[in-house]
Design a protein around this ligand. Sequence first.
Ligand code: HEC
Length: 146
Amino acid sequence: MPNRIHVAFVAVMLATAAFGIAQTGPVIKEVPVRPTSPASGKLMYANYCAVCHGVDGKGNGPAAAALKDQPTNLVLLARDNGGKFPDTHVYSVLQFGMETPAHGSKDMPVWGPAFRSLDKGTPSPDMQEHQRIANLTSYLKSIQEQ
Ligand code: HEC
């Protein structure tokens, strides 16, 4: 039974032509979710999210060019929600994924199952999943701009 889940695009390969003249865009490669400590939202962000949302959260990670939908600028979530950081919404997007409109794409991965598979075998994978999502949510809250 597979115990790894291939959902995260944590690696981006930049394919460069031999003579450095023509450059192809980034190619997205799915890799297994790399284990990290659930205790650090910042570290998880760097490992799982920065590739699309950018190191600074502004939506300009190296994989962005290869996606159909542009990754959301995550430092403006509070500003775009009338000045209040949308904790519950963010938590739910991370756990269950985006609500996808009929013709939309699903470029934003669903993290709940990936985190649960990562912590399988620990005494309480559900608690670990909650801790990961809660710490990621607090980290995003901490990087908000007005
Ligand atoms: C493969 C690229 C990719 C990765 C990796 C990724 N995201 Fe996203 N994310 C997106 C895209 C694209 C959207 C916009 C989707 C849309 O508008 O339909 C998005 C949307 C979001 C939103 C929703 C914002 C809103 O408008 O409601 C949040 C929150 C978010 N991402 C957080 C994260 C976090 C935290 C991580 C890491 C655990 C992460 N994302 C990893 C591509 C990615």
